[in-house]
Design a binder for this molecule. Structure first.
Ligand code: ATP
Length: 363
């Protein structure tokens, strides 16, 4: 049968386990031999016990767990050709020519590079007698399907990345908890949320929690933001509200591209309004806890679709990403999405905010 392997790479995200489970079970259901690769690309390079054939029951009881039970890693070796050569040999020895990569844009870029190089890697392995001619022929092509696992929702080409919804739940729970204590003491809280260069978590959390102000990287505030912020906070208090919540994305910047930090915002509020102001940095709590129903189902749907995509691929098929488009599972060209995601970063670096927002689109 077909040899399929699934791995998780880059930062972990809730819902990855549901995706892994769906890949394994759909693969087995369709008659494939399915493998886990533990510890992401590092496990692929190191081989040995990191490549494990999966059974139906080996993915029982993982859908409700956060993170990724098969481990994830950042792997320097895979960035080098010698690392990819070792990885290729390990896959060929198990007759694996189909990969499902669950990770961010870095991981997907690496997977695409691997596919493009595959023939030349195999030629080199054959020339040094590390694989046989028969193995070379049986494994002539590598098929790649990606799924985006990231709490940041920072990938162009899918409406929601796996993990975002659960992270939002964690953030909202934390803001609700903070709001209760803020109310009691008439305090102002500044909450820093994750997202790297993407403001999605901050923006949506602000909407869902009735925050008073939000700082996101895609839409830096006017240079007189301290004035605008203080006016807004003062207005709220004048109306009798007992607390203020300000959300700041970890990647928030001003129009010059300089970071806007929680500390800076606190100083503005304290200096101008003398409000009792505290900072809460949510940090890795946002990656913790069990996946939301949405992320479990998303992982299931994407995982099943990924296997179907692999079964329908031709030898020269480009790598695809399975993604969510208006509640439909769709397949989109992997590299086009990676390029678009990079174009957003370039537009932001060039301070072309409107272009960045337009490129980011629904995702
Ligand atoms: P996250 O968004 O959570 O950071 P990511 O997939 O973007 O996820 P990266 O650290 O960029 O995370 O990449 C994960 C791994 O993918 C790297 O450690 C490396 O092994 C591999 N990788 C990334 N980019 C490349 C590349 N250009 N060539 C080969 N391998 C790569």
């Amino acid at each position: 049968g077909k040899g399929i392997a699934v791995f998780t790479s880059g930062g972990d995200a809730q819902g990855m386990n549901g995706a892994v489970r769906a890949v394994i079970r759909m693969g087995i259901y369709l008659g494939a031999k399915v493998y886990f690769i533990k510890e992401g690309y590092q496990g692929m390079v190191d081989g040995g016990d990191n490549l494990v054939e999966a059974s139906w029951s080996s993915v029982s009881g993982i859908i409700h767990k956060g993170g990724t039970v098969i481990g994830s890693a950042r792997c320097k070796d895979f960035r080098e050709r010698w690392g990819r050569l070792k990885a290729a040999k390990n896959l060929v020895k198990k007759n694996i020519t189909n990969l499902v990569c669950i990770g961010g844009d870095g991981s997907l870029t690496g997977a695409n590079l691997f596919r493009v190089e595959w023939s030349s890697l195999l030629d080199e392995l054959l020339s040094t007698d590390e694989i046989t001619k028969e193995e070379r022929e049986n494994c002539a092509n590598l098929n790649i399907v990606g799924m985006v696992g990231s709490i940041d929702n920072d990938f162009c080409g899918t409406d929601m990345t796996i993990g975002t919804d659960s992270a939002l739940h964690r953030i909202i729970e934390a803001i609700d908890a903070i709001a209760a204590t803020a109310y009691s003491h008439q305090r102002t809280f500044i909450m820093e949320v994750m997202g790297r260069h993407c403001g999605y978590l901050a923006l949506v959390a602000a909407l869902a929690s009735e925050a008073d102000f939000v700082f996101i990287p895609e839409w830096p505030p006017e240079s007189n933001w301290p004035e605008i912020l203080c006016k807004k906070l003062a207005q709220e208090r004048a109306m009798g509200l007992r607390l203020n919540i300000i959300i700041v994305a970890e990647g928030a910047i001003d129009r010059e591209g300089r970071p806007i930090t929680a500390e800076q915002i606190k100083k503005v509020v304290v200096d101008n309004l003398k409000q009792d102001t505290r900072i809460t940095v949510l940090g890795h709590v946002q990656r913790g806890g069990s996946p939301s129903a949405f992320d479990r189902i998303l992982g299931c749907r994407m995982g099943a679709e990924a296997v179907l995509a692999l079964f329908e691929m031709k030898p020269d098929s480009e790598a695809v990403v399975v993604s969510l488009d208006g509640n439909q599972a769709v397949r989109v060209p992997l590299m086009a999405c990676v390029e678009k995601t990079k174009a957003v970063a370039a537009a932001m670096a060039a301070k072309e905010w409107e272009k960045a927002v337009e490129l980011r689109g629904r995702s």
